[in-house]
Unconditional design. Structure first.
Length: 506
């Protein structure tokens, strides 16, 4: 299984190419010479450098204490997760999978070789605890693709020790700057190698055309496309996290798909729906695949919570064991199923389609209009639909009809929230307030829908327990409590909705 390490580091360059005395850094008791390591790394990418464009690095390195395959994924400026696999002749399947959303059907091949003589120092405190590793790297870069090219440079790298305080790096940087050392202009060795070997190479290399950098949004289309682009990017960036089963990653990717689909529908006067509707259907498919286990997770969490609130006297039979069995019924194959979805031609084709849509958006004449007019009208239209559904639900008699009306109102409230989010940069405070109101309404109605779904689950569990000869008393108690929760939401809705209507000003 791949090993993941959080890497927090900063890179510097100096005209002297030497390491200043760091014994004066606050908190440093000693600077320990750890000798020189000879590192040899081959970096892999597609011919058009898709990984580099996404600030991802994939390498096979020998030498040093961590020889093997490394995939570095950006987390924040100066922070990356390094995912490691043992040495092998070919790219490990796990790492190839983690970059598949970027690579798609293209081939991964060696693009650059970096050989470094790394002179290492450890900064330790008075107890001998490692604070940071500082190295001076003499780097020799060689491009391995057509056109060749070489480069050489020396850089200083400061990497925080595991579990260290990032503020310590500020102290080291202060000392380095006093000595004339400056932050590196390149984010990574690979970025510098690609730039400098390209300049020095004699041949011309065919490079993937970089997408145009969007300017400041001015038209309605600019604002809508900025939101679309952000959600497309979110899907791509969350893909590796979903594959690694990172906390909340599946839910966040699902939300990004919903935001995209809602945007296409809300702003049908900006983007041609004859083009976006088929994309929306594919996004609906993806959201469904991502949500296969989500509802069960939500129900399990809620049932576990309410069960924990019951006094022991009201708990009859092996209900906890029954709940655990139900919760884990499909979990065994869910991970492999989801990875299969993310590796499928359908999913990768959807990513290609989204890239093409962003690159050449199917804009309509209203896209050139003023944001205040075009976007404001779209948001008001969505809010009107929510209003009609909420009023219908309030007037409906308690029971299934009201449950369905409230569920539909919740879905439209989500759509209106996403439309208001996209509108916020253009419309400002009014759109931001509406997005906040719709989030509040969605949460309230979500509480009701969760209660509906929990009651369905309780009926199913009760039937299974009864068939097994177990007591169904506690299921009835929980069912009654869920009915009360739903009734509480229904009672609170009219006043909550009145407040929202009073504040609506988009």
């Amino acid at each position: 299984m791949a090993d993941t390490q959080r890497e927090i580091e900063r890179k510097y360059e100096s005209d002297d190419s030497g390491l200043p005395d760091l014994t004066g850094v606050v908190g440093v008791e000693a600077v320990i010479d750890k000798g020189v390591a000879n590192l040899d790394a081959v970096y892999y990418d597609t011919a058009d450098e898709r990984l580099a464009a996404a600030s991802l690095t994939l390498r096979r390195r020998t030498g040093g204490s961590d020889a093997g395959w490394h995939l570095k994924v950006p987390v924040a400026p100066g922070v990356r997760d390094e995912i490691r696999e043992p040495l092998s002749d070919t790219v490990p399947d796990t790492l190839a999978g983690l970059v598949r959303s970027r690579v798609r059907e293209a081939e991964l091949a060696p693009v650059v070789r970096l050989r470094s003589d790394r002179d290492v120092r450890h900064l330790v405190d008075a107890q001998g605890k490692l604070l940071a590793e500082v190295s001076v790297d003499a780097v020799r870069a060689e491009r391995l693709t057509e056109g060749g090219g070489t480069a050489q440079w020396t850089e200083i790298e400061v990497e925080l020790a595991e579990g260290g305080d990032p503020a310590f790096l500020d102290k080291v940087e202060k000392r380095l700057r006093k000595a004339g050392v400056r932050p590196s202009a390149s984010a990574s060795k690979l970025a510098r190698a690609l730039a400098e070997t390209r300049r020095s190479g004699s041949g011309k290399k065919k490079k993937r055309k970089a997408p145009p950098v969007p300017g400041e949004p001015t038209t309605a289309g600019d604002h809508v496309l900025a939101y679309v682009r952000a959600q497309r990017d979110a899907i791509l960036e969350l893909d590796p996290a979903v594959r690694q089963d990172a906390y909340d990653s599946v839910h966040r990717m699902r939300v990004a798909t919903r935001r995209l689909r809602s945007t296409f529908r809300s702003y049908g006067k900006v983007l041609d729906r004859t083009v976006t509707d088929p994309v929306g259907e594919e996004l609906k498919w993806l959201a469904g695949e991502l949500g296969v286990d989500r509802d069960r997770e939500v129900m399990t969490e809620r049932l576990t919570t309410v069960l924990g609130e019951l006094p022991p006297a009201l708990i009859s039979g092996p209900i906890r064991a029954r709940l655990d069995t139900w919760a884990n019924a499909r979990r065994g194959g869910s991970r492999s199923r989801l990875i299969g979805v993310l590796d499928s031609e359908r999913y990768l084709g959807l990513l290609d389609t989204l890239d093409a849509l962003v690159a050449e958006p199917p804009v309509l004449p209203d896209a050139a209009g003023k944001p205040e007019k075009v976007i404001g009208k779209a948001v008001r239209k969505d809010f009107g639909k929510v209003s009609a559904l909420v009023e219908e639900a309030i007037e409906a008699p308690p029971g299934q009809d009201r449950d369905l009306a409230l569920h539909e109102a919740r879905k439209k409230a989500k759509r209106t929230r996403y439309a208001a989010e996209a509108a916020t940069p253009a419309l400002g405070t009014s759109a931001r307030a509406l997005a906040k109101s719709m989030k509040s309404l969605t949460s309230l109605l979500g509480e009701h829908q969760d209660s509906v779904m929990v009651r369905v689950t309780l009926r199913e569990l009760s039937a299974v327990a009864h068939a097994a000869g177990e007591s169904s008393f506690t299921y009835g108690v929980l069912y009654g409590r869920e009915e009360q929760r739903a009734a509480g939401v229904e009672a609170a809705l009219p006043e909550a909705w009145k407040g929202i209507v009073a504040e609506e000003s988009v």
